[in-house]
Design a protein around this ligand. Structure first.
Ligand code: LLP
Length: 385
């Protein structure tokens, strides 16, 4: 729950806007730093979750690297102070121009997702007279038990390289003179809250590593991607995911060789809980069976409910009235522009302030200008007086 002083501050700011609680962000980053340092793990922040420059700069100040999926994310990371040697670059469809940006910037590692991509990187690195360092993104065929739109680690999937392709990858690598294999990369999906899934990933990686070492292939690092989930239902009780257990699982179950580094690409778990979308009620409209609370924010500001039917906690910050059920909807001309059906809220009226919680990850980052709407601004707790 936001405290009442916050509401007074919010009431003078035009809505909708993203609100970032920098104290939550800071507390989260401190714990990630503390727990990952225990084991010497390397963290790359998954920029796709939130590329806001102030958020990115804050994360960088803890010494974390960046995980990018586009040339523009690489540029944004460099501008935000991330050193090139801490930038990894993944993506199934890296364009020639983006590969060039990565080569020019001397990034730490390309996470390669297909044989044709490796061929192209090799060719472009040769022209640039460079050796590109790569990890192969392996599809470990581990089910993440999460929403099927954000599952990526099962075999029939556009991401990564499957086991049956390993032999041809090795053949290719032997002939590519301008790429050097330095890592194995995995990422099985997002919003994973069942921690046993990560144990399963570790055990599968152990097997895959064995396959490679049986063939005398040893890599400097393993990258296990991101995917750790957050508590969308209870943002106040659980503002920070349990990183003690999370990193502990990798320490317990993953067999690393001496000097082999372990890398992570954490997105949502670092930034989701620090952000809320703040909106105002434009109208309360009576339907046949339901009441609609129509907000001035919609799927253009937070796409997740419309795209994945994702749950976000909705709070009315202005009312203490008797609770009633509302369908909380946005103003966009799409029926899917709905943040929640039959949401229990205190009696709600025009101009009430509404907070849609846990919107720091994949909120602002997935905003669009559909219906020619303006992009909502961002407000930071440490800049309010
Ligand atoms: N590494 C790779 C290769 C990824 O594809 C992703 C996310 C991450 C790391 C970071 O995952 P995270 O720690 O944030 O789970 N828009 C969706 C989520 C898509 C995630 C895509 N990949 C959503 O709003 O739920």
């Amino acid at each position: 729950m936001f405290n009442s002083s916050r509401i007074n501050e919010f009431s003078n700011i035009p809505t909708p806007f993203y609100y970032y609680d920098m104290e939550i962000l800071q507390n989260t980053l401190e714990i990630v730093k503390r727990e990952s340092s225990k084991y010497g793990y390397h963290i790359h922040y998954a920029v796709k979750a939130n590329a806001n420059p102030k958020i990115m700069t804050k994360i960088q100040s803890y010494g974390f690297g960046a995980d990018c999926v586009s040339g523009n994310e690489i540029k944004r990371s460099l501008e935000s102070g991330y050193p090139p040697n801490k930038i990894v670059y993944a993506g199934v469809g890296k364009s020639d121009q983006e590969i060039q940006t990565a080569l020019d910037s001397d990034i730490f590692c390309f996470n390669c997702e297909s044989i044709p991509e490796m061929e192209l990187i090799n060719e472009m690195a040769e022209k640039a007279n460079k050796i590109a360092k790569i990890a192969i993104r392996i599809n470990p065929n581990v089910n993440a038990n999460t929403h099927h739109y954000i599952t990526t680690g099962v075999e029939e999937n556009k991401f990564g390289i499957s086991r049956w392709e390993f032999d041809s990858v090795l053949e290719g690598l032997a002939s590519y003179k301008n790429i050097e294999l330095i890592g194995l990369h995995f990422h099985i999906g997002s919003q994973i809250t069942d921690l046993s899934v990560f144990k399963g990933l570790c055990l599968r990686i152990n097997e895959i590593k064995q396959w490679f070492s049986d063939r005398q292939i040893f890599v400097d690092h393993i990258n296990v991607g991101g995917g750790y989930g957050v508590d969308y239902k209870h943002p106040d009780q659980n503002p920070i995911p349990d990183f003690v257990t999370f990193f502990g699982i990798f320490n317990e179950f993953l067999n690393l060789e001496a000097n082999q580094e372990l890398h992570f690409e954490l997105g949502r778990s670092m930034v989701a809980q620090c952000g809320s979308l703040i909106s105002k009620v434009l109208y309360v409209k009576n339907g046949v069976k339901t009441k609609f609370a129509i907000l001035d924010a919609g799927m253009t500001e937070l796409l997740r409910p419309a795209l994945y039917r994702a749950y976000h906690k909705i709070e009315n910050l202005s009312s203490n009235g008797e609770t009633e059920n509302y369908d909380v909807v946005g103003p966009i001309c799409e029926s899917s522009d709905c943040f929640g059906k039959l949401v229990s809220l205190p009696a709600t009226k025009r101009n009430d302030l509404i907070a849609i919680r846990t919107a720091g990850a994949y909120g602002e980052a997935m905003a669009s200008r559909y219906n020619l709407r303006d992009i909502a601004p961002s407000i930071f707790s440490n800049e309010l007086n």
